[in-house]
Write a protein that binds this ligand. Structure first.
Ligand code: ADP
Ligand code: MG
Length: 588
């Protein structure tokens, strides 16, 4: 144990004269309330500490105590279904929740344990030593800590105990033993080790058409959602948390106003998981650090969240981490760095902003875990650039580390076109690696259809610029038809309400069927133009309205109705073309 004495304090940052050795990143307790802090700099006998709690009332001379250990959180099967602050201390109830000063961790939780190892087994780090079942009935794997290794001396029989009680004793050699519990501590800033990182091959199915079909992210991939105020970042992240096909969701509410997060905190506990009818919270962990909570804890919350995500990954699960918003996290970094007196860089942020962002996104991966087979962490971070300026540092640095970039557009949002993902300002690198997956999920033609949609939307932007100058009616008929078809792709396919009972999640099979149907429509429209049909004639097709409304009207369980619609369109276009040809014949 080392002790230091405070001689300077500014908000969440303090300096103290040390009378014993401290380590960089060591966790410390400050003052009589044992407020949690972390050593962020060592200069001779002086330590600089950032405090994760309200420092009001601390003064010069107050003691700082360290045990030599880094800032760590306790990872347990009992985390699922709960709401925590940025240091993984339980928050009960709503956004206004309060954590008692100096409180360290959740109270131990009772879980039913079933052993999966026997005396004499050799256990290595990350191995599955047993299974734990909490109040929800969900079975999880209990992992040996990544740094554990030894021969099992004793293991508890099946029964209920606290997640901090020893359930297994290892002989670690040389007469030493180590007790393992269902939970273990892990330092938040250290990525949990894996056997190997694996290439990503499978998309995270989000249920959002514009994402899955145009800009897919991999399970184990990284995506960013930049968007100005009110463009729908939070609604989209929530829609992903509710609808994506990950096994576990870690939702980080980081530095947003309390009332924004209150939505998540109040709504999530009421929701059911459409895939199995169980409460959604059973597979969710919420970490909340609202703007009224201490700023330094916000900096830590992003590491706590990704560590929790890695912990579930290490159980062999697909985990999705949603962070809202990484900009608020970066602002915390800037504020604390300013208090240290560090030289500000671009935008006032410290020079290490970029490497911190890299460290965070780098922890997303599909991996071969130490002891539980394959697992993944997908990271999706919202960015709220001040005044919607995407050239600012957080957006531009994040761009270097993510593969999928889902830009929310103010104009779309103002037109209440949701999700307001801009199809031309968004991208997904290497999207074509998912072609085999789509082929196996009912969309063999996906690469071609995707390219056709993107090209059409690109043409639309170009033609609209032209139409603004010369007027839409002055465009050649073929180009008017392009605009007509692009409008249809926007309204019938890209638009998707997060609040629609039928459409808030769209299964891949329905996405595929809708894409094929629109592809067919565009073919028909091309043939119609060639036969001299004006786009206005298409507005009279009886099936046009059902086509425009298909997302809302035809749910995942009724995909067959999309085929009926296709048959109707075939007939109507055939009639249209026939009429056009007869008219020609008469003219001639
Ligand atoms: P941000 O987090 O970017 O500031 P929000 O996610 O809070 O914005 O969205 C603002 C409002 O826009 C929401 O309250 C909602 O009315 C509307 N909205 C956003 N996204 C959608 C969506 N996908 N479907 C329907 N409405 C949406
Ligand atoms: Mg928001």
């Amino acid at each position: 144990m080392s002790v230091a004495s405070i001689h300077w304090i500014s908000g969440p940052v303090l300096r103290a004269r040390a009378s014993g050795p401290f380590a960089l990143r060591e966790a410390v307790r400050v003052g009589p309330q044992a407020l949690l802090g972390e050593v962020v700099r060592l200069v001779a006998d002086e330590i600089v500490v950032q405090v994760y709690e309200d420092t009001t009332g601390l003064r010069a001379g107050t003691e700082v105590v360290g045990d030599g250990l880094p800032l760590a959180i306790r990872l347990s099967p009992a985390l699922l279904g709960n709401i925590f602050d940025g240091l993984l201390r339980p928050l009960s109830g709503t956004g206004s929740a309060h954590v008692a000063p100096g409180m360290r961790a959740a109270a131990p939780a009772a879980l039913a344990f079933v052993p999966r190892v026997h005396a004499g087994d050799f256990v290595t780090g990350g191995a599955v030593i047993g299974e734990a079942t909490g109040a929800t009935g969900r079975v999880q794997r209990c992992l040996a800590p990544p740094d554990a290794a030894g021969t099992v001396v004793r293991v508890a029989g099946a029964g209920t105990c606290l997640d901090t009680d020893p359930v297994c004793v290892l002989d670690t050699g040389g007469g030493a033993t180590r007790e393992l519990a269902m939970s273990h501590a892990w330092p938040v800033r250290v990525p949990r080790p894996v056997r190997a990182r694996l290439p990503t091959t499978t998309p995270l199915v989000t249920g959002q058409r514009i994402l899955d079909s145009l800009f897919p992210v991999a399970k184990g991939g990284r995506a960013a959602i930049p968007g100005g105020f009110g463009t729908g970042k939070t609604v989209l992240l929530e829609a992903l948390a509710k609808g994506c096909d990950a096994d576990v969701i870690v939702y980080l509410g980081c530095g947003e106003r309390g009332n924004e997060l209150a939505g998540v905190l109040e709504e999530f506990p009421q929701l059911t998981d459409s895939s199995n009818g169980r409460p959604l919270m059973e597979r969710t962990v919420i970490i909340a650090n609202t703007s009224n909570m201490p700023v330094a804890a916000r900096e830590a919350s992003i590491y706590s969240a990704v560590t929790v995500a890695e912990y579930f990954r290490d159980q062999g699960l697909a985990v999705a981490l949603m962070a809202d918003s990484t900009s608020r996290w970066a602002e915390a970094l800037r504020e604390v760095s300013g208090r240290f007196g560090e030289l500000p860089g671009e935008g006032g942020y410290p020079a290490y902003l970029s490497s911190r962002l890299a460290d965070f996104y780098e922890r997303a991966a599909r991996v071969d875990t130490l002891g539980a087979g394959e697992g993944s962490v997908t990271v999706i971070g919202a960015i709220s650039p001040p005044s919607g300026d995407f050239s600012e540092p957080v957006t531009s640095h994040t761009k270097r580390y993510v593969r999928a970039f889902w830009t929310l557009d103010v104009k779309r949002a103002q037109a209440r076109f949701y999700p307001a993902v801009h199809p031309l300002q968004s991208y997904a690198e290497n999207a074509l690696e998912f072609a085999p997956w789509w082929a196996a999920h009912g969309n063999v033609a996906w690469p071609r259809l995707r390219r056709r949609f993107l090209t059409l939307l690109d043409d639309e932007a170009r033609l609209e610029r032209m139409a603004r100058i010369i007027g839409r009616d002055a465009l050649p008929v073929r180009q008017q038809m392009t605009l007509f078809c692009a409008g249809l792709v926007n309204d019938a396919f890209l638009r998707q309400s997060a609040f629609s009972e039928v459409d808030r999640v769209c299964a891949p099979a329905r996405q595929a069927a809708m894409m094929r149907l629109l592809d067919k429509f565009i073919d028909h429209a091309d043939a119609a133009v060639a036969a001299g049909v004006h786009p206005d004639a298409l507005r009279a097709l009886p099936s046009l309205r059902p086509l425009q409304r298909m997302a809302e009207d035809i749910g995942d369980a009724e995909i067959r109705r999309l085929h009926d619609l296709e048959a109707a369109l075939d007939r109507e276009f055939a009639d249209l073309l026939h009429a056009a040809e007869s008219a020609h014949a008469t003219d001639g």
